[in-house]
Design a protein around this ligand. Structure first.
Ligand code: SF4
Ligand code: SF4
Length: 111
């Protein structure tokens, strides 16, 4: 992975990981992401994704596809996921070495 400041991954304020074994292909993360970054793995170019497109249960895994570094780290995808399959990391958190922030949008909504 590049560490160049111009790398889109360094622009993004959020990083998203999906636990493939938990994904049930409901598509809610894709429906609610305001940046339209969550997609079925089968709709992401092979060069832009890692891992299998199907999980052992036969569900197409959903993943983030963020080639332009648009993820804000808002956490809406994690909040929308009924399976708890999505973890959002925010830039401040992963810079400091802190752990992942699960469903941060829900926490902020309760402020
Ligand atoms: S954290 Fe927000 S912007 Fe990033 S993929 Fe999830 S819903 Fe989209
Ligand atoms: S909301 Fe969760 S279970 Fe549904 S497609 Fe997205 S990651 Fe998979």
């Amino acid at each position: 992975m590049s560490s160049s400041p111009s790398d889109p991954a360094n622009k993004a304020r959020g990083q998203v990981q999906v636990e493939p074994l938990l994904c049930k292909s409901c598509g809610l993360c894709a429906e609610y992401c305001p940046e339209h970054l969550m997609k079925a793995a089968t709709d992401i170019p092979a060069d832009d994704r890692e891992g299998p497109t199907l999980n052992p249960s036969g569900h197409v895994v959903y993943l983030i596809h963020d080639p332009d570094g648009q993820c804000s780290g808002c956490g809406i995808c994690a909040t929308a996921c009924p399976e708890g399959a999505v973890v959002v990391y925010r830039r401040a958190a992963f810079k400091s070495g802190a752990g992942p922030q699960r469903q941060p949008a829900a926490k902020e909504a309760g402020k």
